[in-house]
Ligand binder design. Structure first.
Ligand code: ZN
Length: 292
């Protein structure tokens, strides 16, 4: 068996599926939300038919015979490339937020039945809510099962790596809002896209929020010391800390912070034609304490 199924709650099963994804993750979670023999399936990151068949067998062993809809938390390939297999297996439509719909079609091809996601689903009497929370991508969603106090958070939290938010898909301000929504969701279990479930979503969301806000403060302070380019900031923050192979992710995250700080007016930037780079400086009107 290559897939590993864990029951999170009465109606939610987490199945870790080996997937080519971003290190240090090597699995993407598929979630099965079911009531009796009827289910919704959330995310499918593998293209390996033998692995996907194991997932079908796992569902059968759980007594699940009917999958009515295939949901994707967002369009990224490591969450969607297995959905066509399940569409063939269960004759179920793929539902994704309309903002991520063109990108999903780009990932899996236009031969599949892909529709805009609904705000609620009724799984044999069990209510499932879909909340649009951009941040990681424009059409990223959280999927809530209030009866079980479970929220599936896609790539906004992780059980094993680190979350990355960066342009062109990612934006910090809505990501912060997404984390605040998790803080206030009343849920007791969060199911991330990668890694183990998180037993205290509110606490984990607060910690993530704090970490990102601290990082933003550090960036403001570095810029207050001297005008900086993106490259300088990435070197100052990550050299020797993050392996070279992961530096592009760090770079995107710094870009997302800079974008957030620019839109809030805490910093400004000028294009330096000589070097072909933007130089970031502290805004003259902003407070000297580094608050944003
Ligand atoms: Zn993703």
């Amino acid at each position: 068996m290559q897939v590993n199924a864990v029951r999170l709650s009465e109606h939610v099963l987490q199945v870790a599926v080996p997937t080519p994804t971003l290190p240090p993750s090597y699995e993407t979670n598929t979630y099965v939300i079911h009531h009796g023999s009827t289910a919704l399936l959330v995310d499918a990151g593998s293209e390996d038919e033998a692995v996907l068949q194991e997932l079908v067998d796992t569902l059968k062993a759980e007594g699940i015979e009917r999958v009515t809809t295939l949901l994707a938390t967002h369009y990224h390939r490591d969450h969607t490339q297995g959905l066509p297999f399940f569409q063939r297996a269960y004759h179920a439509p793929i539902h994704v937020h309309r903002l991520d719909q063109p990108a999903v079609i780009q990932q899996i091809g236009f031969n599949w039945d892909v529709k805009p996601i609904q705000s609620t689903y009724d799984v044999n009497g069990l209510t499932v809510h879909v909340d649009h929370h951009p941040g990681h991508t424009h059409g990223h969603v959280h999927i809530r099962i209030p009866a079980d106090k479970v929220v599936l958070v896609g790539d906004h939290m992780t059980g094993d790596g680190s979350v990355w938010i960066g342009p062109p898909d990612g934006h910090m301000a809505p990501y912060f809002d997404a984390l605040r929504a998790i803080e206030h969701s009343g849920c007791e279990i969060a199911g991330p896209g990668h890694g183990k479930a998180l037993p205290n979503p509110a606490e984990a969301a607060t910690a993530l929020l704090k970490r990102r806000q601290q990082r933003e403060q550090e960036i403001v302070q570095l810029i207050a010391q001297a005008p900086r380019t993106l490259q300088e900031l990435v070197s100052l923050l990550y050299d020797g800390i993050v392996p070279d192979a992961a530096l592009w992710v760090a770079r995107k995250t710094v870009q997302a912070h800079l974008q957030h700080l620019l839109s809030g007016g805490a910093i400004t930037r000028k294009y330096a034609a000589a070097t072909g780079q933007f130089v970031y400086t502290r805004s003259p009107l902003s407070s000297p304490t580094g608050t944003v």
